[in-house]
Design a protein around this ligand. Structure first.
Ligand SMILES: Nc1ncnc2c1ncn2[C@@H]1O[C@H](COP(=O)(O)OP(=O)(O)OP(=O)(O)O)[C@@H](O)[C@H]1O
Ligand SMILES: [Mg+2]
Length: 342
């Protein structure tokens, strides 16, 4: 059956209010989308379906202290701490990194795709991953890449909000989020994981800090094998050593070397729409960009492309899509100056 036939069926059963057939057709469309490689669409439909089933289970008149009421309450509380729930289209080709990092990440994905095989051999599956390194070097991007490669939904947690909002309830809120992610087979992404180390600053209560760290230790220890937790930080030294030890894999994402800057630039310009006006000057600028993050270099290059377009339009020259290396040189110097590198 084609996608359109499924959609027609879904519309028909929806209008006829035939819940059972509607769900069956929707499930068939999800399977069909998976088979035809529309993975993101399939995941989004699946999430809609789960969400709707959960709401049906908790809707209607409920006694205040019935378990169903608690479930709904939990959901409402938890959603405050979830920045977003997403599917990702990123793949390994989007991340520029060393071969060591690439191999580590590929291995991680391979392990999860072979989860059944590894279970047969009773081998543990690595599912706790920490990204660390300076800002703008791809920690958040790498998490998106893994979500894309693993074809899983990812819940991005706002640890700052959890820790600072209701002191004393941090542990409970974390446990709820972990439970929910496990039930929905999502990746949990805890960005700015070092926030945990800062609980000390939010309160004078050292006990709270210890409780939160203990909760995370327990959640990590009892994490189902198929769940994945990714954490990221640019201040690894702020993280409790017992927590650090729990990660199965620690991946350092560093500032780019010359080849990596070239790869980044090639990726950005891969459509072939824009080329440098002076290749040699561009190579010199690439060398001078060492010390800057991927993010800064990308930002300067994209700004250069835009400014080059405008200046060519203003000069009413024939539009040749040349990137003005003089502008790029200036912007890279500016980036370095703002970081006090130049
Ligand atoms: N290694 C990389 N390869 C390709 N692009 C990158 C890389 N690192 C950063 N970028 C670009 O810079 C943007 C910002 O990077 P990202 O948010 O992943 O940095 P981060 O390490 O998480 O920084 P922060 O510590 O500030 O959170 C990315 O969306 C991407 O466009
Ligand atoms: Mg980040």
């Amino acid at each position: 059956m084609s996608q359109f036939s499924y959609i027609k069926e879904i519309a028909k059963y929806g209008l006829e209010n035939d819940q059972e057939k509607l769900l069956a057709a929707l499930n068939e469309l999800i399977e069909h989308s998976k088979k035809t490689k529309k993975i993101n669409f399939a995941l989004q439909l699946q999430s809609l379906l789960k969400e709707s089933i959960r709401q049906q289970q908790t809707s209607g008149l409920l006694k205040v202290d019935s378990p169903k009421h608690i479930l709904r309450e939990e959901d409402r509380e938890v959603s405050e701490f979830i920045i977003e729930k997403l599917t990702s289209d990123y793949g390994f080709e989007n991340l520029v990194c060393s071969n060591v990092v690439k191999e580590d990440l590929e291995f991680f994905v391979k392990e999860h795709k072979a989860i059944d095989l590894l279970k047969e051999y009773q081998l543990p599956i690595s599912n706790k991953l920490l990204f660390h390194g300076p800002p703008g070097c791809g920690k958040t991007l790498a998490a998106y890449v893994l979500a894309g490669e693993l074809e899983k939904m990812m819940i991005v947690i706002n640890l700052g909000a959890i820790v600072s909002s209701k002191l004393g309830e941090t542990s409970k809120n974390l446990a709820k989020i972990f439970r929910r992610a496990a039930s929905e087979d999502c990746i949990i992404f805890i960005d700015e994981f070092d926030t945990l180390g800062k609980v000390r600053d939010y309160s004078q209560d050292h006990g709270e800090m210890k409780r939160v760290v203990n909760t995370i230790l327990q959640l990590f220890d009892y994490l189902p094998q198929s769940s994945v937790v990714i954490a990221a930080t640019n201040q690894k030294e702020m993280i409790d050593s017992a927590l650090l030890r729990r990660f199965d894999m620690t991946v350092q994402l560093d500032l780019p070397n010359e080849n990596q800057v070239k790869e980044l630039v090639n990726n950005i310009l891969k459509s072939g729409q824009f080329t440098f006006d002076n290749k040699k000057a561009a190579d010199t600028i690439i060398k001078s960009a060492l010390g800057l993050s991927y993010y800064s270099i990308q930002k300067a290059l994209l700004a250069t492309v835009k400014r080059s377009i405008f200046s060519q339009l203003e000069a009413k020259t024939v539009f040749v899509s040349k990137i003005d290396t003089k502008i790029w040189k200036g912007l890279i110097a500016q980036e370095k100056k703002s970081l006090k590198l130049g």
